[in-house]
Design a protein around this ligand. Structure first.
Ligand code: MLT
Length: 391
C-alpha cells in the first residue's frame, strides 16, 4: 500500500521495537558524551583477542588469490569438514559435510534467515521468553506469528511444552530453543531434549536450536547438543558459532548442522540473499576448529574465574545469585522494587554501570538483569563496588 511518507519503513519493520543493544548503545553514547566513566556490561562481546594462530591463518589465507573470488554458497569444503569433525570429536555425532552442514556468516545470520525458508505467513513460531530478540524479529519478517513460551526460574528456565495451548500448536511450525541459554545461563538436560524432540515429532514441528554458547561451559561439564538424543536428526537444525568459542565476534563465522532438508532449505534461501562468507575467514575457521582448538580451555577457564568472582561479589551484597553452569551470563533478580528498565536506567545514570534489563529479552524477563562475563575481573570488581554504594 502507498504511504504518504515516501520513506516510511515497511510495516514489518515498524512492528519491531528498536534492537535492544542498539538502544543501549545510544544511551551509552549519550552518557559518554557527558564525560561519564562507564562500565559497559550490556552486549556480551569477548574482550580477549582472537588467538594468534587463527589470526596467522587469516594472514596466510588472505594472500592466496584463490580466496579473493566469490566463496562457495554452501561454505568451503574444508570448513564444512572441520565443522563436522568438531561435532564428531566433541559430541560423537556424525554429519555429512555435503548435505547436513552449511557455513554461515555468523550464527545470527543463519537464525535470522531460517524462518524465511520454512515459515509461511500466519504460521506460529514458538519463541522462548526471555530470549535472544532475533527469534521473534525473524519470525515477524517472514510473516509468522511469534507465540512466547515462558522460561521460568522454577522450571530451571526450560519451557513447559505441555502448557502450550492446542489451538496454538495446530498452527505452529517451528520451535526455537537455545541452550546454554542467553540470557538465563540455564543448560538443558538430555531428558529435556528428548522430550522436546518427541513433542516436535508429535506436533510436526521443526526445532531450531541455537547452540552459540555450547562451548562455554564450566566445572568441566560439557552441555549436550540436541543431536545427543535419538530422533533429533528427523526434526532439528542446530546453529553453531565461532564468535564466543574463539573470541571471533567480529569475523562473522558459524555453521548449521542437522536434518538435510532443513539445512538445504536454508542453503537455497541463502543463495538468493548472500554470496557466502569470505573464504579466507573460513580458512582461519578451519585452523580454529583443528590446530588451534586447544585455546578454548583457557578461554573457558577465564570465564569461570570471572563467574566465581562476580557471583561472590554480588552474594557479598546480599544478592541471591546462582552461578551459571555454561554461557557467559549471570542472570539475577533486580534487587529493588523497580522494574528492570527503571533499575538499569537509574544505575547507568548514577554510577555509569550499564547492565541489560531483563525486559529487553521479553516480558518473562521482567524482574531480572543480565551481567556478562566478557570484561576483565577488575571491571567486574569495580561494577560490584559501585553497586554496593548504589543499592
Ligand atoms: C548478547 O549480548 O546477547 C550477544 O552478544 C548478542 C549476539 O550474540 O548477537
Amino acid at each position: 500500500m502507498k504511504n504518504n511518507t515516501p520513506f516510511a519503513t515497511a510495516e514489518r519493520l515498524q512492528q519491531l521495537p528498536p534492537y535492544l543493544f542498539a538502544e543501549l548503545d545510544a544511551k551509552k553514547s549519550a552518557l559518554q558524551a557527558k564525560g561519564m566513566d562507564l562500565i559497559s556490561l550490556s552486549i556480551a562481546d569477548p574482550d580477549q583477542p582472537t588467538p594468534p594462530a587463527i589470526v596467522a591463518a587469516m594472514q596466510t589465507a588472505i594472500h592466496d588469490v584463490a580466496t579473493h573470488v566469490y566463496p562457495s554458497y554452501q561454505g568451503a569444503r574444508a570448513f564444512r569438514e572441520a565443522a563436522c569433525d568438531w561435532m564428531a570429536r566433541h559430541y560423537d555425532i556424525a554429519f555429512s559435510p555435503d548435505t547436513e552442514c552449511l557455513a554461515l556468516i555468523g550464527s545470527k545470520e543463519g537464525i535470522a534467515h531460517f524462518p524465511w525458508a520454512f515459515i509461511n505467513p500466519g504460521d506460529v513460531v514458538l519463541v522462548p521468553d526471555p530470549g535472544y530478540p532475533v527469534y521473534a524479529s525473524s519470525t515477524i519478517f517472514a510473516g509468522g506469528v511469534p507465540y512466547f513460551v515462558p522460561l521460568l526460574p522454577e522450571r530451571g528456565f526450560l519451557p513447559d511444552l505441555n502448557a502450550i495451548p492446542t489451538d496454538v500448536l495446530r498452527r505452529a511450525r517451528l520451535l526455537f530453543l537455545n541452550y546454554p541459554n542467553n540470557p538465563t545461563g540455564a543448560c538443558a538436560t538430555r531428558a529435556f531434549f528428548a522430550e522436546a524432540v518427541a513433542f516436535a515429532q508429535r506436533h510436526r514441528l521443526i526445532i531450531a536450536h541455537d547452540a552459540a554458547y555450547l562451548e562455554i561451559f564450566f566445572d568441566g561439564v560439557r552441555p549436550p547438543s540436541i543431536f545427543s538424543v535419538p530422533g533429533a536428526r528427523d526434526v532439528a537444525i542446530e546453529f553453531h558459532s565461532l564468535s564466543k568459542t574463539f573470541n571471533m565476534t567480529g569475523w562473522r563465522l558459524g555453521w548449521a548442522v542437522g536434518n538435510a532438508a532443513l539445512v538445504q532449505g536454508l542453503a537455497k534461501l541463502k543463495t538468493n540473499l548472500d554470496s557466502g562468507c569470505f573464504t579466507a575467514i573460513q580458512h582461519a575457521g578451519v585452523t580454529a576448529l583443528t590446530t588451534a582448538a586447544g585455546c578454548v580451555h583457557e578461554i573457558r577457564a577465564q570465564y569461570q574465574r570471572r563467574r566465581d568472582r562476580l557471583v561472590a561479589g554480588l552474594r557479598g551484597l546480599g544478592w541471591a545469585v546462582e552461578p551459571p553452569q555454561a554461557s557467559f551470563y549471570v542472570w539475577t533478580r533486580v534487587p529493588t522494587e523497580e522494574d528492570s528498565m527503571a533499575f538499569v536506567t537509574r544505575l547507568m545514570e548514577t554510577t555509569g554501570v550499564i547492565l541489560t534489563p531483563g525486559i529487553g529479552f521479553g516480558v518473562a524477563g521482567e524482574g531480572f538483569v543480565r551481567f556478562p562475563l566478557t570484561v576483565p575481573e577488575s571491571q567486574l570488581d569495580e561494577a560490584v563496588a559501585r553497586l554496593a554504594k548504589f543499592v
